[in-house]
Design a protein around this ligand. Structure first.
Ligand SMILES: [Zn+2]
Length: 328
């Protein structure tokens, strides 16, 4: 009686084993590539940087940044990323840097890509802080329909288990536009820039390190995305951050900047120019299309993101100037 050939000797079987091994290696590689890599910004501050562009399944909705401050008395996290899974990975990234526990999480604002991770960060010993105006945003129709849309478009990263989590402490800023506190011996300032990009924007300045965590009001080396933002409040916010003279700014999206002054100046010049040109058009009752064509964009045309952002920014500003002119 002949025994069948050992499976290992069968060329087809060997090819299958090889293919499976290759697949496993590729998957392991992909898993490694997906892990969040903390970048050290200063002595105490680290951040993870999301992919450019929109949140997609391909980038696992990792298109925003989060930062964390490591001290001898715990870790402070700034922003929670766009999914619970990403926040879970952020916890692992933090654990790779320090054995200190997370004690506080501060939310820059309640846009999906900055706070959907909160449910993975909350828990005993962790206090979540956010601007008091965030309560309204959390409960409104836009935020609820955004969650439905993300559950449809970003499953399984955002799904039925993804919850909208609020703060444990809502900051009122009753005594002025700054709240100063120390955390783990480091001096910090929370800066109220609400109403500029969302009703509840805050920035965190880690004074001892000269690092500003700026949320969505800071764009490095590119035309900012204005959209529905209130450029008047945004300019006021720039006035507030310029005197801090940060050595480094970590924005809500894209690369950090070690040379913030030119970025702030570009954003200011650009917002002022949009307001001047679109404001004049609104006053003279010139339709948007005509005003857009008649505007000389020469100064900004070679700045990155001009093509994708300028027209929509001009339109958003046109509508904003209409609201301002009509006192709405
Ligand atoms: Zn935002």
């Amino acid at each position: 009686m002949t025994t069948p050939a050992a499976p290992a000797a069968d060329p087809a079987f060997r090819a299958l084993v090889f293919a499976l091994a290759l697949l496993a290696a590729l998957l392991a590689g992909a898993a490694r590539a997906e892990a969040l890599k903390p970048i050290q910004a200063s002595k105490h501050v680290y951040y993870v940087q999301g992919a450019p562009g929109m949140a997609t399944k391909e980038n696992r909705a990792f298109n925003s940044n989060a930062a964390f401050v490591v001290t001898s008395e715990g870790v402070l996290v700034f922003d929670a990323l766009g999914t619970p899974l990403l926040a879970q990975e952020l916890k692992q990234a933090i654990a790779a840097v320090t054995r200190q526990p997370i004690r506080r999480v501060i939310v820059s604002h309640f846009h999906a890509d900055h706070f959907y991770g909160l449910q993975a960060l909350q828990g005993p010993g962790v206090e979540i802080w956010a601007h008091a105006a965030g309560r309204g945003s959390l409960g409104n129709e836009f935020t609820r329909s955004r969650l439905e849309q993300r559950r449809r478009d970003l499953a399984p990263y955002v799904d039925e288990k993804t919850q909208l989590v609020g703060a444990d402490r809502w900051l009122e800023f009753k005594d002025g536009p700054e709240i100063r506190f120390t955390f783990g011996g480091l001096k910090m300032r929370l800066i109220d820039v609400s109403g500029a990009h969302s009703p509840e924007d805050i920035m965190l300045f880690v004074e001892d390190d000269g690092v500003l965590l700026a949320g969505d009001l800071y764009f490095s080396g590119r035309i900012p995305f204005v959209g529905q933002a209130d450029s008047k409040a945004w300019l006021a916010a720039l006035d507030r951050i310029e005197p801090l003279a940060p050595k480094m700014v970590i924005p809500g999206h894209g690369a950090a900047s070690r040379n913030p002054k030119p970025d702030i100046e570009l954003t200011r010049r650009y917002l002022l120019y949009l307001r001047e040109k679109m404001g004049a058009a609104v006053r003279d009752l010139v339709p948007f299309e005509e005003a857009y064509k008649a505007t000389d964009w020469f100064e900004f045309i070679n700045v990155p993101a001009f093509e994708v952002a300028n027209r929509i920014n001009a339109y958003g500003t046109y509508l904003q100037m209409e609201r301002e002119l009509l006192g709405r």
